[in-house]
Design a protein around this ligand. Sequence first.
Ligand code: SAH
Ligand code: F3S
Length: 467
Amino acid sequence: MSAVVEEPENAPVGGGPDRFVYVQTFGCQMNVVDTDRIFQVLAPLRYQPTDDPSRADLILLNTCSVREKAEQKMLSELGRLAPLKDFNDDLVLGVAGCVAQQEGARLLDKVPYLDLVMGPDNIAQLPGILERVRAGGGRVAETTFAGRKDYEFIEAVPQSPGKVSEFVTIMKGCDKVCTFCIVPFTRGREVSKPAELVVREVETLVASGVREVTLLGQNVNSYGKDRERQPHFAELLRAVDAVPGLERLRFTTSHPTDCTDELIDCFGELRTLCEAFHLPVQCGSDRVLQAMRRPYTVEHYLGRVARLRSRVPDMALTTDIMVGFPGETEAEFEATLALLAEVRYSSIFAFKYSARPGTRAASMPDDVPEAEKQRRLREVQRLQDGIYDAMLADHHDKTFEVLVEGPSRNAARGGPDALQLMGRTRQNIVVNFPVPVGDLWSRRWIGKLAPVRVDRVHSHSLHGQLA
Ligand code: SAH
Ligand code: F3S
């Protein structure tokens, strides 16, 4: 089901004054997309996004609680913003996202100047919530999960004109119950967005100039399992791949348990599906995996990797690693290092375990000392840095198809007569390359596929020349 955001009855009509909304986004891509939906539902109320909190009539912190210190960070940020209320009596200050979902009305008790608290499932209700707050209806905490049957996805409309690459949410929530993870508590059960809606959103994005989409969910490869007569993930990939004008397709994030042969076989088969796969493993020990309630073994995982690489030898794999889970021994930690050395990921996200309130693991003794967690994290990162450097060095003198996203951060580095552009390879590696400054001429490249030959390898990117 999709929700069409309608104008509330008291929405300003005609040329009424604009209001400004400032949203600070913490955490994962999911929150970034939620922030876009917040802007979208507020647009009919004439709220314009602003980067300047002192101009705002509405300030929202879109929070994350997946790892430690999220709540302290949010509280200190609120404290920093609170004085703005002295200058603007109409300023509404709110907390959205995962901390809001977890804390609910308790946050209003803790923070006396807070006006509203709103969970990730309540974005479509934001106009009504604001109306209640503004009409003097008091402070509002709205954190109800919509049931699976009546959850409504907000049909996304492009928020940033000119973007080449966009995210498309295909599901919400997570039905896995990894013992360390707060997500099932803050995002609720899995609900898949109907496939025809996903395809329609991709078509709309492509019509607006987008060339690459990344399908987004906590667990995209279990897509469709929650509904009858719903295509499963590999079928959805095929449907999106068929959208005319789309050049590249990616997805994130996946669970090794649902990594089927059919999904693996999509790589190399579907024209747009890029050779990049984020497949979180967490650690290299079967005992720890079991304690995390990750229902696969290292052997099963390596089997998936072997099949992927046998289909697509230049597959770029990325992963999430956690060190210092309760009870993790030195030998178990070393098994994680061995796994990293064997798989040779092109990049990893590595985290120190921290207990999340209400999770199963929070009741286990958090017995790896902080300094030891730090050391393990450093070792993981050092090993990975070496692997990555060697991998990048291998790109020297080779030519890659680069999807051009725009001027690079150091656009002027191209020299006096050249503009430096930035794009990515299908394996998601950033490549910068110069093009001559002919006004239209360089702009013409944006959104195009350019063959670029690599002439320099930097620590986190490549540099090249048009081939
Ligand atoms: N499927 C999700 C996973 C969410 S959390 C996704 O969108 O990526 C992302 C990563 O954070 C997890 O894979 C895990 O490595 C890490 N993480 C989750 N809970 C954690 C905790 N309690 N402590 C440390 N790291 C954690
Ligand atoms: Fe969290 Fe595990 Fe789901 S990491 S998001 S419970 S797959």
